[in-house]
Design a binder for this molecule. Structure first.
Ligand code: IZC
Ligand code: ZN
Length: 409
């Protein structure tokens, strides 16, 4: 048992499932609150200086009058990869675009070569340190994608690393199979044959071994077209996976519409999405997982987050941590950009990095809000309110982190 007392402000979205429209900015705000935790779950929340009834002598944590929120959920990362791509920045500064670098055999394909060359142990150790860093930054659950193998062996290797990390590390990990991240070198110029290989060989093996609960595809100009992406997603649906799609990151080629058509749980990026794509997402109830750090790092425009909320699309914000377009795993910076780049309200942003993010990765029944019965994943912030988190940037504003009722930071 643990009693967290002297919480200056407890702020959380309330409910399971996602919040959309004006509900995205409805946050419960309790002053002078306390949380009682039993067996890793929240058993009671009180406010106005009232303390929960609990046995004397149980462990207590003094929140010192600070802000308390649910642990953050990072719903889009490419956590496991070999090497880095620091040399690409010079290319970009000289004018090369993300897709030009990829078409020249660099970008994702560069990381694929390095990930194939890395041992399982090297990938495990590297990713373990990332998870430590994330936890210290207030992130208690993470989604992570494969997609740097593009062959059977390495896709499985990445996913096995994620499975081991999920068992060994405090942070909970949801694994996504993303074999359709780029066309493997072996299939250069023959995207359709590569998609057949993904559908007929890799995806069935991943599912047989129970290594992923979601499937994602990079639907983008000169990567996979709508037809190829549809094929992968329909195949994944038959295998019972939740569907995700990298849509409209650079060009709006119909990825958002496809997300609606196949009933994807989330569509991610959506930087270039226009009204028709947004209408499809709103109709299907697909979560828009927006990645503002990528807009920042690619020096692109910001997704139309306010318009999406206005249309009733549930919005989540995630880091997109990867070695190319976003070499940062700091979800706190996504919060800053959600405020300044998207112009969202602090309450909308909190929902976006907790409840809606949890829903986008299928964890909403257990995490993403502070409520009786939910897992005790909690952050105490070195801040009086969430507006402060949106406003200050560059420093880690975490005071402490509680994961499944245990003080871990
Ligand atoms: O490694 O470039 N957009 N995939 C799609 C990425 C970015 C990750 C990468
Ligand atoms: Zn991504």
């Amino acid at each position: 048992m643990l009693l967290i007392k002297n919480i200056g402000l407890l702020q959380t979205s309330v409910g399971t499932g996602c919040a959309r429209g004006i509900a995205q900015r409805e946050n419960l705000k309790l002053r002078n609150a306390a949380i009682l935790i039993e067996r890793g779950k929240i058993s009671e929340i009180t406010s106005d200086g009232v303390l929960p009834a609990c046995p004397r002598g149980i462990a207590e944590l003094d929140a010192k009058g600070l802000l308390v929120t649910p642990g953050l959920v990072d719903s889009h990362t490419h956590l496991v990869f070999g090497g880095w791509r620091q040399h690409e920045v010079q290319l970009k500064l000289k004018g090369a675009s993300y897709l030009e670098i990829l078409r020249a055999g660099g970008g994702i394909l560069d990381t694929v070569r390095k990930t194939r060359a890395a041992t399982e142990e090297e990938l495990y150790n590297k990713s373990l340190r990332f998870l430590d860093e994330m936890l210290a930054l207030g992130v208690t659950s993470v989604e992570a994608k494969s997609g740097y193998g593009l062959d059977l062996e390495t896709e499985l290797k990445q996913l096995r690393v994620l499975k081991a990390l999920n068992q060994d590390h405090k942070v909970d990990i949801v694994s996504t199979f993303m074999g359709a991240h780029a066309v493997a070198d072996e299939y250069a110029g023959n995207g359709n044959a590569y998609i057949d290989f993904v559908c007929e060989t890799v995806l069935p093996a991943v599912c047989e071994q129970g290594l992923a609960s979601c499937c994602d595809v990079f639907c983008e100009d000169s990567v996979f077209n709508v037809e190829q992406s549809r094929k992968v997603l329909n195949c994944a649906k038959e295998h019972g996976l939740k569907l995700k799609i990298h849509a409209d990151e650079i060009h709006a080629i119909g990825g958002a519409e496809l997300a609606g058509e196949v009933g994807a749980i989330s569509a991610e990026h959506l930087i270039a999405t226009e009204e028709a794509g947004m209408a499809a997402l709103a109709k299907a109830g697909t979560v828009a997982v927006l990645l503002p750090q990528t807009s920042f790092y690619l020096a692109k425009q910001y997704a139309k987050a306010k318009r999406m909320i206005e249309l009733g699309i549930p919005v989540a914000l995630a880091s997109d941590f990867n070695p190319g377009s976003c070499p940062s795993l700091n979800l706190q910076f996504a919060v800053n950009l959600g405020y300044l780049g998207y112009g969202l309200q602090p309450e909308e942003i909190l929902t976006a990095v907790t409840r809606n993010a949890a829903y986008a990765i299928g964890l909403d029944k257990s995490v993403g809000t502070l409520e009786k019965g939910k897992q005790a994943d909690i952050v105490i912030w070195d801040a009086p309110d969430f507006e402060m988190l949106c406003y200050r940037f560059g420093s880690n504003q975490v005071h402490s982190v509680i994961k499944k009722g245990e003080i871990v930071v």
